[in-house]
Design a binder for this molecule. Structure first.
Ligand SMILES: C[S@@+](CC[C@H](N)C(=O)[O-])C[C@H]1O[C@@H](n2cnc3c(N)ncnc32)[C@H](O)[C@@H]1O
Length: 512
């Protein structure tokens, strides 16, 4: 039996975590269970997001590889030719996840007993959960449809909560509106443009692309500063040639951002696009963008996690559920049977709260805010069941279009057993941004980055919930590897204009 404690920083200091109750409850439950303890792992995390998708104790099936499964199956048949139970889940292991932050207030004895006695595959028989989907790759799970809905219907969510989305970001506001950071970037652009102009190599149209624009505060700060500095230095000549492109997948968000930069309207275009597949929409921009600017977006793009155990690789699959008692309460509030909730959730994700309120007028009386109330309650109650499914060959796993899982090999082989994010959405976006950059262009991204793979061993990196959206730290070493292979120099540094923030700044430029 293997016990792994991440978040080691919580084990020392005046507020050191007392692991004794956790370990004694675990060992007591282990004494009573018939689960094969040699195939049991217990992992303690400190889940720092108060809103997240985990229970205080979770059971994760570790599915055997095809070969291990066949071996165990044969052995089971030989041992007991008549017993189906002997071969069910053959060769599988079990991981018990414990959220150490919530452990002290949980009934651990009971939770461990249930997790262990459910055993491998036991959760599939758990009648106390209402599932919203079948098993899926993490990046394809319905939490991402909830995330997209949040941006699509942000106005209604904010109206219901009375909070703007920025309040949920680290430190309560986006670094995107930091004036000093905008000035630094603009002055760097001016230097590049002045040099190109001196060599008569500066194109007439000067393109800047921002991805994931939110409320448009970054665009406004940037454009205001650009105009001011350009008037001071060039009499406004660059501003006259500037095209600021705002890209976002939410038409609602784009509309708000457009209103925010209305004084620069002649220089701004807004484009509905998916940040993960840019060249589809922006082919005209190939090798023309002098700046691609992204803040707090990569951590909001779908991602898988992979796990390495004893040299074998797995991907995390998820299945969203709501606890049975919560489902009963929510269903009673709107007068439906609990079994109707998955369909209602699907319609909510498809139609959005305003249309759902009309389509199901008997439940919501045409009031969009009543549908938002259900949305918020579902989101709060949403949990993910997880299992580990073998990746038989790395090259059969795709990180992003055109990026084979082989790119992960040096990272996973150099770092022993681990669980880490693949940041598939960020990888796709990053790789598809590079063809758009002018040879003297720069991509700049402020976000939550893991910079050393070790950080996955010592802390929880997501998924967490920010209000109605999802957050996962971004795998910096993987993005750097993707950039390097395409001839880009990738740096990740502390965000220079605010201290005490977890936000880092990634820059990518063509390698000289
Ligand atoms: C957390 S907000 C960040 C807004 C702003 N950049 C800031 O720093 O405040 C994330 C933004 O990314 C957008 N977004 C999320 N996923 C996207 C995708 N796949 N394609 C395009 N935009 C996306 C959302 O609509 C939202 O505007």
């Amino acid at each position: 039996m293997q016990i792994v404690i991440r978040s080691t920083d919580k084990l020392r200091g005046p507020k050191a975590l007392d692991l004794n109750p956790v370990l004694s409850a675990l060992l007591a439950a282990a004494r009573e269970t018939s689960t094969d303890l040699a195939r049991l792992r217990v992992v303690g995390d400190w889940v720092q997001y108060r809103q997240n998708f985990r229970e205080p104790v979770d059971a994760r099936l570790i599915c055997p590889s095809a070969a291990a499964s066949a071996r165990a199956y044969r052995a089971g048949l030989e041992a007991d030719a008549d017993s189906e139970a002997a071969t069910e889940g053959a060769g599988a292991g079990l991981e018990i996840g414990v959220d150490l932050r919530r452990a002290a207030s949980a009934d651990l004895a009971d939770l461990f007993r249930r997790a262990l006695n459910g055993g491998a595959g036991g959760q599939q028989r758990d009648g106390c959960r209402l599932y919203l989907e079948d098993w899926k790759a993490e990046s394809a799970g319905c939490i991402w449809a909830f995330n997209a809905l949040y941006w699509r219907a942000l106005g209604l969510w904010e109206q219901a909560t009375g909070n703007e989305y920025e309040q949920a970001l680290p430190k309560g506001e986006s670094d995107a509106r930091n004036v000093a950071a905008a000035q630094e970037l603009i002055l760097e652009l001016f230097r590049v443009w002045d040099d190109l102009a001196a060599q008569q190599a500066l194109p007439e149209d000067l393109y800047v692309l921002e991805l994931g624009v939110g409320n448009g505060n970054q665009a406004r700060v940037w454009l205001d500063e650009f105009l001011r500095l350009d008037r001071e230095r060039h009499g406004g000549a660059y501003y006259r040639r500037l095209h600021y492109l705002m890209g976002d997948y939410s038409p609602h968000v784009l509309e708000r951002a457009r209103a925010n930069v209305s004084s620069h309207a002649e220089h701004v275009s807004s484009l509905v696009l998916d940040a993960r597949s840019l060249t589809q929409t922006l082919r005209f921009l190939s090798a023309k963008a002098f700046l691609i600017y992204i803040s707090n977006v990569y951590d909001n793009l779908p991602t898988d996690e992979i796990v390495r155990l004893g040299g074998h690789l797995f991907r995390v699959e998820v299945r969203a559920f709501i606890a049975g008692a919560t489902a009963e309460r929510l269903a009673a509030e709107i007068g439906v049977a609990p079994s109707a909730l998955p369909d209602l959730a699907g319609r909510l994700l498809h139609l959005g709260p305003a249309l759902l309120a009309e389509a199901a007028a008997d439940r919501f009386h045409g009031d969009p805010l009543a549908a938002v109330a259900l949305w918020r309650a579902l989101w709060e109650a949403l949990r993910l069941e997880e299992r580990y499914v073998p990746i038989e060959e790395l090259d059969t796993y795709e990180v992003a279009p055109g990026i084979s899982g082989e790119i992960l090999r040096p990272i996973v082989e150099a770092n022993g057993d681990l669980r880490m994010h693949v940041s598939n959405g960020a990888a796709a976006s990053f790789a598809d941004s590079m063809p758009l950059l002018h040879p003297f262009g720069v991509l700049q991204c402020h976000d939550l980055f893991v910079t050393e793979i070790d950080q996955y061993q010592s802390g929880f990196r997501g998924p967490g919930k920010y209000d109605g959206s999802v957050v996962n730290w971004v795998n910096g070493p993987l993005l750097a590897a993707i950039g390097r292979r395409r001839g880009f120099d990738v740096q990740i540094r502390r965000f220079a204009h605010r201290s005490g923030s977890n936000v880092l700044t990634l820059t990518a430029r063509v390698r000289e």
